[in-house]
Design a protein around this ligand. Structure first.
Ligand code: ASP
Length: 496
């Protein structure tokens, strides 16, 4: 038996798990040197590339004014600051002991690379392949799903039930997040030194701008769900607008004569099926994509930061586990008498992809595949509920926002009363509907929540470093939550 044959014998989910573990190991073995910056500048007409690593203080200037200084060597925060403010920066100086060196005409600042980050393009390729499926899939499956439910009353019933369960599970998720954070009190376990370092490293003008520019206008939020131009919405990946258009289109198809609607419904059904079939092809490179994504992420962020924010990370992880086992386990048992472990086993490919891509949208095609073919949910249900869930239902994100809000408030020595905690529940439910299912958006929406309870939104600087890894974990919960609701709405399962 040759190598190819023996690899084929290993089931795909096992190949992905192996890729995850090996990728994490590879990333840990070749970490990026976080104290090293590759700087390119021009001197006397010559382009010079240099690695800089030793400085006590690094200062960015605009003419003779100081814009920002960084003590210590957190290259990532420095590069992020530079890239966001490069139009303002005219020079940088490095102070080491009593020596100061100034570099003018900076062309670029980049982080160090390692073999683990060098293979990142393979991971990006994998995410791109999955992402291009997402928008056509959401559009086609929601149109066909809404149309094939037959009449508006049936759609209203299923839609209403789905929406109600989505809102309830999200509200429960935030409450669990708040409960765990109030119990563990992670904000009180962090040392003054760590707090100052994290705030200093990650705080920059851009987060203050984000804070200033974000405000919730509920009326605007709802008005904006209706696209002016559906093609613009599709081209720009405006998920909520796409969902709105697709539902309207699907429902209206049921009002026109059957001989006209039938070919269109068949067309969108075929598009959906083709997109899901395409997943089988893309999943052939899943183990390589997952390996590349995980190794680059671990090399970049490391597990070390989880240690610095140990109690905060533990609170999020405990919350996500409780939500998954208790809430989803209870939900699927209550509504469809389904066995939690079988459900969990059927979903493992989608969960592994959610973890490595941090995007429920990119995972959607795989989720549909698992929920239909491994768990046995009716297509009529899954093709309507899952695209909707990927867009509006983000329990993991909401839970994490609950923990993060309490954590940041605790660090700032503020005690959140019942009113503030209820405000968090309300805003986080809304935010979870408006959060785009792509990496890192939950963090931006957190600013809205902090604003609503008057906690300094600059506090997100505290959790920025650990956000990517927790994003990977909360995306698993987001995807599992959508699937659990699909099982619940489906009722007793036909397969397995
Ligand atoms: N990455 C999450 C998702 O796609 C969203 C977030 O929490 O940032 O589901």
């Amino acid at each position: 038996m040759n190598y190819g044959e023996s690899v084929k014998k290993i089931p795909l989910h096992l190949q992905i798990v192996i890729a995850l573990v090996l990728g994490a190991g590879f990333g840990a073995l070749f970490p990026v040197d976080s104290g090293l910056i590759q700087i390119t500048y021009s001197l006397d007409g010559e382009v010079i590339e240099e690695n800089i690593s030793e400085w006590d203080v690094l200062i960015f200037h605009r003419e003779e004014h100081l814009i920002k200084s960084f003590s210590g060597g957190n290259a990532k925060a420095i590069i992020k600051f530079y890239n966001k403010n490069k139009s303002d920066i005219t020079s940088l100086s490095l102070v080491a002991g009593v020596q100061e060196r100034e570099i003018l005409k900076i062309l670029s600042l980049e982080g160090a690379s390692s073999p683990a980050t060098a293979i990142r393009p393979l991971g990006d390729l994998f995410i791109r392949l999955l992402s291009f499926l997402a928008i056509p899939l959401v559009l086609a499956s929601l149109i066909a799903g809404a149309a094939s439910l037959g009449d508006v009353r049936k759609l209203g019933k299923i839609g209403g039930k789905t929406f109600a369960i989505y809102i309830c599970t999200t509200a429960i998720a935030i409450s669990i997040g708040l409960g765990v954070a109030n119990l563990i009190r992670p904000g009180e376990q962090i040392s003054e030194q760590t707090k100052i370092k994290l705030l200093g490293d990650y705080q920059d003008k851009s987060s203050q701008d984000a804070v200033a520019n974000l405000s919730v206008d509920i009326v605007d939020f709802f008005v904006n769900i209706v696209p002016k131009n559906p093609f613009f919405a599709v081209a720009n990946g405006q998920m909520l607008q796409i969902v709105f258009f697709a539902l309207m289109f699907g429902v209206t198809l049921t009002f026109i004569p059957k001989q006209q609607s039938a070919p269109l419904i068949a067309f969108f059904e075929a598009v959906t099926t083709t997109m899901i079939k395409m997943v089988d092809i893309i999943m052939l490179i899943a183990p390589f994509g997952v390996f590349a994504l995980i190794s680059a992420t671990i090399a970049d962020f490391g597990f070390g930061i989880l240690g610095t924010l140990f109690w905060y990370s533990i609170s999020v992880i405990v919350g996500l586990t409780l939500q998954t086992v208790l809430v989803y386990g209870g939900l699927i048992y209550l509504f469809s008498r389904a066995n939690f472990w079988k459900f969990f086993k059927g979903l493992r490919n989608a969960q592994a992809i959610a973890f490595s891509t941090s995007s429920s949208a990119a995972t959607l095609p795989v989720t549909l595949d698992c929920v239909e073919n491994k768990i046995g949910v009716n297509r009529e249900v899954s093709r309507f509920i899952l695209p909707l869930g990927a867009t509006i239902n983000m329990d993991g994100t909401a839970l994490y926002q609950g923990v993060a809000a309490v954590f940041i408030a605790q660090v700032y020595g503020m005690d959140l009363g019942l009113t503030e905690q209820l405000t968090i529940v309300l805003t986080a439910v809304l935010a979870s509907i408006g959060t785009a299912p792509v990496p890192g958006v939950g963090l931006i929406m957190l600013v809205l929540i902090l604003n609503s309870i008057n906690v300094p939104a600059e506090g997100i600087a505290l959790i920025l470093g650990v956000d990517r890894i927790l994003d990977m974990m909360r995306t698993i919960t987001n995807v599992t939550g959508d699937s659990a609701v699909a099982v619940a709405v489906n009722g007793p399962l036909t397969k397995r």
